[in-house]
Write a protein that binds this ligand. Sequence first.
Ligand SMILES: Cc1cc2nc3c(=O)[nH]c(=O)nc-3n(C[C@H](O)[C@H](O)[C@H](O)COP(=O)(O)O)c2cc1C
Length: 205
Amino acid sequence: MPTPVNVAVIYYSATGTLTTMAKAMAADAEAAGATVRLRKVAELAPQAAIDTNPAWVANIAATADITEVTADDMTWADAVIFGSPTRYGNVSAQLKQFLDTLGGLWQEGRLADKVYSGFTASATSHGGQETTLLALYNTIHHFGGILVTPGYTDASKFVDGNPYGTSHVSGQGDLPVNEQTLTATRVQAERVVKFTRAIKAGLAV
Ligand SMILES: Cc1cc2nc3c(=O)[nH]c(=O)nc-3n(C[C@H](O)[C@H](O)[C@H](O)COP(=O)(O)O)c2cc1C
């Protein structure tokens, strides 16, 4: 009987790209044998800003049934895969706000010794996907987390080209999540589950 693994996929999306990626990542982790919680972080933007963008309004409606993340999801998880759109080359404020609520758990050492990984999307191909993931990973080092990234461990990584984590170029919203990105979520999710299982089993000995 393989060691059971809990994976939380915790993400923010304004206009739906990260929603699609997060759902794929969650399905891939489940297919790899994990028990999965798909969780969105809270929206922080004022309604007036949301209302200027029909895609933002639509994504909020379309994700109404996705449970909002709580700190309990962090303690439950053996592995956490965070997703954030690239915002000026950085993590979105909404995901960062959730990370910033975790100081209590961090202080108790309850965010350490878990596996972490990340994924992102940007409008343009040199628009800061890698800086976003590296900025996210700064926090993981402070958690005492174990980063499991895809690297170039699969032939597909030489096609999508991002060893730091799955990343999608969405254009002006006109480039939907495609096969290349879905392959990347599968490779990343499988790797996260595999190493989480191995680490958990090893620590239990
Ligand atoms: C405030 C803001 C900042 C952004 N910054 C960047 C950026 O630095 N580089 C880039 O290529 N795209 C940038 N984008 C575009 C988003 O990263 C891109 O549209 C992403 O796919 C959105 O994901 P979502 O549909 O899940 O919200 C920005 C978008 C917004 C609203």
